[in-house]
Ligand binder design. Sequence first.
Ligand SMILES: Nc1ncnc2c1ncn2[C@@H]1O[C@H](COP(=O)(O)OP(=O)(O)OP(=O)(O)O)[C@@H](O)[C@H]1O
Ligand SMILES: [Mg+2]
Length: 150
Amino acid sequence: MTTARLLGSLDIPGTSVAPSLARDYLREILDPAQHAVDDAVLCVSELVTNAVTHTASGRGGKVHVSVAEYADGGVLVEVADDGADTEPVPVRLAEEMSSHGRGLFLVEQIAAAWSHRRGPSGTITWFVVRPPDRRRETAVASGVDAGAMG
Ligand SMILES: Nc1ncnc2c1ncn2[C@@H]1O[C@H](COP(=O)(O)OP(=O)(O)OP(=O)(O)O)[C@@H](O)[C@H]1O
Ligand SMILES: [Mg+2]
């Protein structure tokens, strides 16, 4: 089984600044040359926002974010919250026109995989993003005009 190597982890107070602290943390520890930083930042922002909005983390609790990488540059991010009566489930067709319920749908579209499991104090919601597309690098290395790649 492929294991991910831990790059770092962070405890954040479950306040309104938590999503932005999580975004900053990922930008600090991930490398755009190796990791799909923007995808990971977008997904972590949705998951931390959910932890603060929908769980006890947002009522005086905290959010724990951990970041790990696979050998191929894939990134695994786990967001542990303080628990709720609900579960992280994307909103489906019937509620499609709703003004909320888009966060997990977005994560589902962007991440290579995502899910959730029970954690020590609540729920751990996680996702994996694939490494960035290396076509351009490969083209430059082999002498192809990168501008022609669009
Ligand atoms: N960490 C979590 N623990 C428990 N329930 C969750 C968690 N995250 C999400 N949920 C539940 O899943 C639902 C869908 O989450 P999603 O992020 O897709 O939408 P939303 O947060 O309601 O709205 P939006 O993200 O568009 O502002 C939430 O309304 C909530 O009921
Ligand atoms: Mg949400």
